[in-house]
Design a binder for this molecule. Structure first.
Ligand SMILES: *Cc1c(COP(=O)(O)O)cnc(C)c1O
Length: 381
């Protein structure tokens, strides 16, 4: 099956009891047993819920993995993956990762004796320089946030395989429609399903997809033991969102490409960061490993200061000022004063994250209206 057909059909059958074409929301905590221990595969809803099972089968198919497990948020999914590690283990992570991912590594798991190294992953040398016998996992996030660098998943996975290190890819920014890390050699994929998978900014949710059953079973054990499960209604919303994932992401990519081209021509704009532009330093890698270049665009301003950035944020009407991404509606933000406010300024500047950097999550509105909205806001600066 091709992707769009899988998004709508994989793992999804009409409800056997009623014929309902949409997977019902099984709002139940427990299931009746005919004799002690004799049931239809469902005993207690922390361990399993039918709405969740359908979503997990669908996600495993979309990422070409053996097994998927769903969680109450993207960070709960990440928490489960990091619990595969033991005290003394070391992790090498992409340096410009999602702020919450940095926080759970450095402020939660570090205190249990797990060591994290944060490096730029544009070359194997940088990874190899911090690898040692204790290195058990490489954590990749690509495209990165907010600079939209692209990391070569195949290159990193081939290196990791020779060393017996697991590779986990946070595939939130690309979505499974654009990129399938398991096909490129990764062992584990995580998603904040809050973003493109849900797609309508109405639910917080997460998922892990494992290439092999044995890692999947370990994660399943951890989930049942620890209890980070999503509710059935949230699973239903993600299932519904996924049915249009390919159409939404395709349109977001088309819009983002046109916006990046428009921004290149505006004289208030300094630099535009979009992997689809030939001028982007990782354009060739992006072309190889992604189906298209995504719906996220960043740019900074010639007048580089926080005040001008704030004027830009308040100047748009369609682009709403908000955190998050991946919904049908377009969003605008300024990493320096919002998501990355806690990163020291010198550190920000080192990776190109200037005061005036603006990040757009491009939605699926009509492109003429989106460009007009940005054009008016830029003209007022
Ligand atoms: C949002 C996000 C997360 C965290 O997901 P939540 O659903 O907010 O817990 C992790 N990684 C990336 C890349 C994200 O954008």
């Amino acid at each position: 099956m091709k992707f769009g057909t899988k998004a709508i059909h994989a793992g999804i059958e009409p409800d056997p009891s009623t014929g309902a074409i949409m997977t019902p929301i099984f709002q139940t905590s427990t299931y009746v047993q005919s004799e002690p221990g004799v049931h239809k595969g469902y005993a207690y809803a922390r361990s399993q819920n039918p709405t969740r099972t359908v979503l997990e089968k669908n996600l495993a198919a979309l990422e070409n993995g053996a097994m998927a497990i769903c969680y109450g948020s993207g960070l709960a999914a990440m928490d489960a993956v990091l619990r595969l590690l033991n005290p003394g283990d070391e992790v090498i992570s992409t340096n410009d990762i999602y702020g919450g991912s940095y926080r759970i590594m450095n402020q939660v798991f570090a205190k249990y004796g797990i060591k994290f190294h944060f490096v730029g992953m544009d070359s194997i040398e940088k990874i190899d320089a911090v690898a040692n016998d204790n290195t058990k996992m490489i954590w990749v996030e690509t495209p990165t946030n907010p600079m939209l660098n692209i990391i070569d998943i195949k290159m990193v996975s081939e290196y990791a395989q020779t060393k017996g290190i697991q590779v986990c890819v946070d595939n939130t920014f690309a979505s499974p429609y654009l990129q399938n890390p398991i096909d490129l050699g990764a062992d584990i994929v995580i998603h904040s399903a809050t973003k493109y998978l849900g797609g309508h900014s109405d639910v917080v949710h997460g998922a892990v997809i494992a290439k092999e059953i044995d890692i999947g079973e370990k994660l399943k054990f951890i989930q049942n033991a620890v209890g980070a499960v999503p509710g059935p209604q949230d699973c239903f919303l993600i299932l519904r969102g996924i049915k249009t994932l390919h159409v939404r992401v395709q349109r977001a990519c088309e819009n983002a490409r046109k916006i990046s081209e428009y921004l290149m021509t505006n004289d208030k704009v300094n630099k535009v960061y979009y992997p689809g532009l030939e001028s982007h330093p990782n354009h060739e890698v992006a072309k190889r490993q992604m189906k298209d270049f995504g719906g996220m665009v960043s740019f900074d301003l010639k007048e580089d200061n926080l005040d001008t950035a704030k004027k830009m944020l308040s100047g748009t009407h369609l682009f709403a000022l908000a955190e998050s991404l991946g919904g049908v509606e377009s969003l605008i933000g300024n990493p320096a004063s919002m998501t990355h406010g806690s990163v020291p300024r010198e550190e920000r500047l080192k990776v190109g994250m200037t005061d005036s950097l603006i990040r757009l999550s491009v939605g699926i509105e009509d492109i003429e209206d989106l460009i007009q909205d940005l054009d008016k806001a830029l003209a007022k600066l």
